[in-house]
Design a protein around this ligand. Structure first.
Ligand SMILES: Nc1ncnc2c1ncn2[C@@H]1O[C@H](COP(=O)(O)OP(=O)(O)OP(=O)(O)O)[C@@H](O)[C@H]1O
Ligand SMILES: [Mg+2]
Length: 460
């Protein structure tokens, strides 16, 4: 779990990234709301004290007078944490009781009689909260109200607000941490099937084609496992094809080899020079066949190996086809076959490997010469999808039912000249390397064969 790609780590980091701002928001909200509630409660008690003080104000000889006992004054002034202070002013704004310095009322206009407000202020450099009450008295000489103010510092309020905030935030924090731990644990548990899977995979035989069992694996992994299973299937098909190919090749090589041995043994026991000569000729023929077969096998191996090292370059298809056609003219003439070349456009650029493309073309012309009639025509044509090369002949053609099978290695139509049955396999593999498709069609008039290779548009 140590590396940066660990699912568990990523999840936790992401979760923290989301939770941290949330947590800060929660903290702020908890603080604001507890502050609000506590202020409301404390303001109420401040108001109560103000009313209590107002009860002590009476009119003596037409003047306002505060009858406050020492004990009451102490209660008014004492609190364990906060400083309490009060002031009573008569309608002429003379202080008749309490602390002369008091934060001024908010607003310019004074308080209406009978009204109580609570407001914020500063006293001796400290924030305070003050309740003010305007009391109108009967029988007083001067018109107006007596102003009663009671204030307190804020230590107890803020201490309580802090405690209330913590009481909300700490359980929340614990909950979040527990959730994070539970998720981290859950992810670990959820990933267990993966390590079981790894054990199963590492215990497998190299060529075991059986699919990985899906039971007990989480649904999220299913598509991934399906992919692995289909890869395994393709792999095992490829391995099967490969081993079939090897045994076919061995079989193909055994036949001429057995012939060579039989002829050699016959020559050894045969005293007649003519017979020996005959046997030697047969041996030479079989050796040639074997040589050709080996040659084709080597080409096929080279084509397969090219897959990993292939570098397609832009080349002029027209010139390439023309050049290969020219090389084959003498051989064709000696067989009385005519080769013609036809191009519908001035240029037909494609991305390819010149050597492999020559090999492909050579196989097609070779087939046309061997199995075709008297005429071979090569065409290069530009199409909307790319470039198409065709090699057509006027021979017997290939029946539609066999047009897929002829691409299989060692597949040959019955009878006819010698051949390994690898030519069209090579053609198809080279086409595949170029992203091209090979089509077999009957030539016009239903005789002859037309083999076309469709190359895709060159990616520039
Ligand atoms: N132009 C053609 N006309 C008629 N039949 C053809 C033509 N080209 C190929 N075939 C048939 O398809 C078979 C497979 O061709 P392919 O080129 O793969 O093998 P091959 O020619 O027999 O052997 P190789 O090319 O390996 O020497 C041939 O045996 C032949 O019967
Ligand atoms: Mg061939």
């Amino acid at each position: 779990m140590g590396n940066a790609n660990s699912l568990r780590k990523q999840l936790i980091v992401r979760m923290l990234l989301v939770m941290l701002p949330l947590f800060i928001l929660l903290w702020v909200m908890a603080h604001l709301s507890s502050q609000y509630l506590i202020d409301a409660a404390f303001d109420r008690s401040l108001a109560r004290r103000t009313y209590a003080l107002a009860d002590r104000v009476e009119v003596v000889h037409g003047r306002a007078h505060v009858d406050i006992s020492v004990a009451a004054r102490e209660i008014l002034a004492f609190d364990q944490e906060d400083l309490l202070f009060h002031r009573v002013m008569d309608p002429q704004s003379r202080v008749i009781e309490g602390d002369p310095s008091m934060p001024p009322l908010p607003g310019r206009r004074g308080l209406k009689p009978g009204k109580l407000i609570v407001y914020d202020g500063m006293k001796d450099g400290e924030k305070v909260r003050v309740a003010a009450y305007a009391l109108s008295l009967k029988g007083i000489r001067t018109k107006g109200a007596v102003l009663i103010q009671v204030g307190e510092t804020l230590s107890r309020r803020s201490a309580m607000a802090d405690r209330a905030t913590l009481a909300i935030v700490i359980p929340m924090l614990l909950m979040m941490l527990t959730a994070a731990a539970a998720i981290a644990y859950g992810v670990g548990q959820g990933l267990l099937p993966l390590s079981r899977l790894r054990d199963r995979l590492s215990a497998r035989e190299a060529l075991d084609p059986s699919p990985v069992p899906l039971d007990g694996t989480p649904t999220e992994l299913r598509p991934f496992l399906d992919e692995i299973n289909s890869l395994l299937l393709r792999l095992s098909e490829a391995v099967d094809a490969q081993s079939r190919f090897v045994s076919d090749a061995a079989h193909q090589l055994r036949t001429p080899l057995a012939g060579i041995r039989a002829q050699a043994e016959a020559a050894l026991v045969n005293a007649q020079p003519d017979d020996a000569q005959h046997a030697l000729a047969r041996i030479a023929q079989s050796t040639r066949t074997m040589g050709e077969l080996l040659q084709k096998l080597l080409i096929l191996a080279r084509v397969d190996a090219a897959e990993n090292t292939l570098r397609l370059v832009s080349l002029d298809g027209m010139a390439l086809v023309k050049a290969v056609a020219r090389e084959w003219v003498p051989q064709a003439l000696s067989k009385g076959v005519e080769i013609d070349f036809e191009a519908t456009d001035s240029g037909a650029p494609l991305a390819g490997d010149a050597q492999l493309l020559r090999e492909m073309l050579a196989n097609l012309i070779d087939n046309a010469l061997r199995y075709g009639g008297t005429r071979i025509s090569l065409t290069v044509q530009r199409t909307e999808q790319g470039v198409t090369w065709c090699v057509a002949d006027n021979g017997p053609g290939i029946p539609a039912s066999q047009r897929t099978a002829v691409f299989l290695p060692f597949f040959r139509l019955s009878g006819g000249v010698d051949g390994a049955g690898l030519g069209l396999t090579i053609v198809q593999r080279i086409a595949n390397l170029h992203g091209a498709r090979v089509r077999l069609d009957a030539e016009s008039g239903n005789t002859g064969l037309r083999v076309c290779v469709d190359f895709p548009v060159m990616a520039t």
